[in-house]
Design a protein around this ligand. Structure first.
Ligand code: ADP
Ligand code: MG
Length: 382
């Protein structure tokens, strides 16, 4: 006999696109992401066999662990690390893991800079909690800790935070030091269009680690003169002009300092409805990632440059960790269809790759999908 339908619960967590402020999160600066309506869904089926089973629609194999093994499990360099890392973080915080099967499906493209990883972590955490209440900041932090410590990726908090705190119809400005945010509306008449280059250069993960340590070198250089400085969030352009450090380290720091400033400038420009300034900040941010932070690649540089030549495009920049993935474009709404055709044509003529394009609809943050109303459903606190 089939399981009663009320035993199956589904939890959803969105991917995101970051508008501006790239790699600033782990430097405790500002970021301005939008939660997508593309999301990862995890269905929880109770099991009586003492094991946690994982099955992802995108992957061939089903895996399982005895529940009591989870606390001591080791990473396998495998997609399951994202889920098992989250299970371990929950156990450390005193939450028990009940035997179950997690069935995962997702419409967030993997490895495209739209944060399928955080969507998987947050949806899995909610599924493993099974409706037990948790503070929302704590949820974001434990998912980030899973990615840092178990997956081994030294990412900041942005992806997990916006997956939890996303707002329908708006962007979210996150202060990555205080872990507070505010909701930011974009002006009428402008659409956010994501173009996926469909390339991902292998360099990405090791370069990410290099950037994290180059930023730490810049902080150490500034601390020598200003011991109160804790992170690049506290560093100014004047510091970078005055304090000796290797040229490469200075450029890395300059990207972080200026991109954090650009988040605030962008939010102010959006409040004034100044599309021209918003667009210029996008272009400046792209150039800063290209020349100072050196995290772009020829394909996304092409996409960002070509976009600016297409009627209706206000601004274009790479979004996400870098070395491929997506660009994010501000496009006057009446030009979206012609912009889409033109950017796809130009990219395929130059690179022979069919880019995929979508117009962003800001979705809400993670939660339970209430298609069947279960009894005693828990809620997120905080
Ligand atoms: P991004 O977060 O930008 O999509 P990452 O490299 O950080 O890129 O994370 C992608 C990885 O997350 C995939 O390689 C895979 O291991 C894991 N992942 C994401 N979504 C799923 C899914 N639905 N099923 C299984 N693994 C997934
Ligand atoms: Mg990721």
């Amino acid at each position: 006999m089939a399981e009663p339908v009320s035993f199956v619960r589904t939890f959803r967590a969105p991917g995101r696109v970051n508008l501006i402020g790239e790699h600033t999160d782990y430097n405790l600066g500002y970021v301005l992401p939008i939660a997508l309506n593309l999301a990862t869904y995890v269905e929880v089926h109770r099991r009586g066999d003492g094991r946690l089973h994982l099955l992802s629609e995108q992957k061939p194999e089903e895996l399982s662990w005895a529940v009591e093994e989870l606390a001591g499990a080791q990473p396998r360099k495998h997609w399951s690390d994202y889920v098992i890392g989250v299970a371990q973080q929950l156990i450390r915080r005193g939450y028990s893991i009940a035997p179950c099967l997690l069935k995962i499906r997702s419409d967030v493209p993997e490895g495209s800079g739209l944060s399928s990883s955080a969507a998987l972590e947050v949806a899995s955490a909610l599924a493993l909690l099974g409706g037990r209440a948790i503070d929302k900041v704590e949820l974001a932090k434990l998912c980030r800790a899973a990615e840092n410590e178990f997956v081994g990726m030294p990412c900041g908090i942005m992806d997990q935070y916006v997956s939890v705190f996303g707002e329908r119809g708006a962007a979210v400005q996150i202060d990555c030091r205080t872990l507070e945010h505010r909701v930011v509306q974009l002006p009428e008449g402008v659409s956010v269009v994501v173009v996926n280059s469909k390339v991902k250069h292998e360099l990405g993960n090791s370069a990410y680690r290099d950037r994290v340590s180059e930023c730490a070198m810049a902080v150490a250089a500034v601390q020598h003169w200003h011991p109160e400085v804790q992170s690049l969030r506290d560093v100014t352009l004047q510091h970078l002009a005055d304090i000796p450090m290797p040229e490469l380290v200075m450029r890395r720091a300059r990207h972080i300092v200026t991109d954090t400033m650009r988040v605030e400038l962008f939010v102010n420009a959006a409040a004034r409805g100044n599309l021209r300034e918003m667009g210029m900040l996008f272009v400046d941010s792209h150039r800063s990632m290209q020349h100072d932070y050196e995290i772009t690649c020829a394909e996304v540089d092409f996409l960002a440059e070509a976009a600016m030549e297409i009627p209706g495009c206000i601004g274009a920049r790479m979004t996400g960790g870098g070395f491929g993935g997506c660009t994010v474009n501000l496009v006057a709404t009446e030009y979206v269809a012609s912009f889409t055709r033109e950017i796809v044509n130009r990219y395929s003529e130059r690179w022979g790759i069919e880019a995929s394009v979508f117009v962003v609809e800001a979705g809400e943050g993670a939660g339970e999908v209430r298609s069947v109303e279960p009894e005693g459903a828990g809620s997120l606190a905080g």
